[in-house]
Design a protein around this ligand. Structure first.
Ligand code: DON
Length: 304
C-alpha cells in the first residue's frame, strides 16, 4: 500500500473543506492558534510511515489525553474502575451535565469530561507524583522525552472552566470525587494541555493498535485483553454524540480533542493521527474526519 500517495491524494480532496468549521475559543489560549493548519501521519505496526503537511507541528491534544488516563487507571484499578465510571456511549456532548444528574454522579463513560474527572481523582489518589508520573507515562509510550504540558493553556482553561467546575461539584456532591475539587480541576486541565504532533501521536498510539505487543511503560502494564477493550471504548465513546457518525463514516476506534486532533487505530494494522483546528458543532475536526473517511475508503482497510 502506497500510504504516502494516498495521503497526498486525500489532502487534495479535503482542501475544499479548509474554511469549514470554527476553532474552539472557550479556552482563550486555543483561540490564538492559526486555524488554517492541517497535518496527518500514519504508522503501520510493520514500521511503514507516511505524513503530509504540518505532521510535525505540535498542538493541544486536549481530550485525546483521556486515552492515556484510561490506560493508567485500568493498569492501577483493573475492573474495579468500572464501579466508578460506566462504559456505555453517552450520546451527549462531552461537557454535558444532564446525564450526570440523572445517573447520580456515575459518569456514563471515561471519555466524557465527567468520566475523565473521576479518572483524574483516581490518579490523584494512587500516584505518588501525579503530574510527573502522567507525563513520564506519556513520554514512555511515545518514546519521546520532549513531550510536555503547556501550563499557559491549562491556566487559561482553569480561568474559564465554569462548566467543568460545575461537573466536578456535582460529582463531589454525589461522593464520586475523593480529593479536593480544585486539585482535580488543576490536574485534569494540565493533562488536557499536553502538546504533541500528528507524528508523535500516531507513533504513541501504535501501543494501542497492536494488542499483541507487550504493553509496559514506566510500570503502567496492560494485558492484551485490556488494550483490546480500550479500543472498544474508543469505538463506542471516542466521539461523544458523534460516535455513531464517526463509526459510519470512518469505521475505526479513535479519540478526538477540541485542539482539532483525532487519533484513530486500525487494530493490528496501523495508527493514524490528523489535526486541523476548525471543528464541527460536535467539537470534532472537520478536515480531520473527512481525511479519515477518505483514508478508510481509499485503502478499503477498515474494521467493518
Ligand atoms: O474539558 C474540556 O472542555 C477540554 N479540556 C477538553 C475537551 C475536549 O477535547 C473534547 N473533545 N472533543
Amino acid at each position: 500500500m502506497d500510504y504516502q500517495q494516498i495521503l497526498e491524494n486525500i489532502y487534495q480532496e479535503i482542501l475544499p473543506y479548509a474554511k469549514e468549521g470554527k476553532q474552539a475559543d472557550y479556552i482563550p489560549e486555543l483561540a490564538k492558534v492559526n486555524p488554517d493548519q492541517f497535518g496527518m501521519c500514519i504508522h503501520t505496526i510493520y514500521g511503514e510511515t507516511a505524513s503530509i503537511e504540518q505532521a510535525d507541528t505540535r498542538f493541544s491534544i486536549q481530550s485525546i489525553s483521556k486515552v492515556f488516563a484510561l490506560a493508567m487507571c485500568l493498569s492501577i484499578k483493573g475492573d474495579e474502575l468500572w464501579k466508578r465510571v460506566g462504559k456505555e456511549p453517552s450520546g451527549t456532548a462531552f461537557n454535558s451535565l444532564i446525564q450526570l444528574e440523572v445517573e447520580k454522579g456515575v459518569p456514563r463513560n471515561p471519555f466524557i469530561n465527567a468520566g475523565a474527572l473521576v479518572m483524574t481523582d483516581i490518579l490523584l489518589s494512587h500516584l505518588e507524583n501525579p503530574e510527573e508520573d502522567f507525563l513520564n507515562f506519556v513520554r514512555a509510550v511515545s518514546n519521546n522525552q520532549t513531550i510536555n504540558y503547556n501550563r499557559n493553556v491549562a491556566t487559561s482553561e482553569r480561568e474559564n472552566g465554569y462548566l467543568n467546575a460545575a461537573i466536578v461539584n456535582l460529582l463531589k456532591y454525589h461522593g464520586s470525587i475523593k480529593n479536593d475539587i480544585e486539585d482535580v480541576l488543576h490536574f485534569y486541565f494540565l493533562m488536557c494541555s499536553i502538546e504533541m504532533s500528528c507524528r508523535e501521536l500516531s507513533l504513541a498510539f501504535l501501543a494501542f493498535a497492536n494488542h499483541r505487543r507487550k504493553f509496559d511503560y514506566e510500570g503502567i502494564r496492560l494485558t492484551s485483553s485490556q488494550v483490546k477493550r480500550m479500543n472498544a471504548i474508543m469505538q463506542t465513546c471516542g466521539f461523544y454524540d458523534e460516535a455513531g457518525e464517526f463509526a459510519y463514516l470512518v469505521g475505526l476506534p479513535g479519540k478526538s480533542g477540541v485542539g482539532g486532533g483525532i487519533v484513530a487505530i486500525h487494530p493490528l494494522l496501523y495508527s493514524v493521527a490528523v489535526w486541523s483546528p476548525r471543528l464541527n458543532s460536535k467539537g470534532n475536526s472537520v478536515m480531520g474526519i473527512k481525511a479519515l473517511e477518505l483514508l478508510t475508503t481509499e485503502t478499503k482497510e477498515s474494521i467493518f
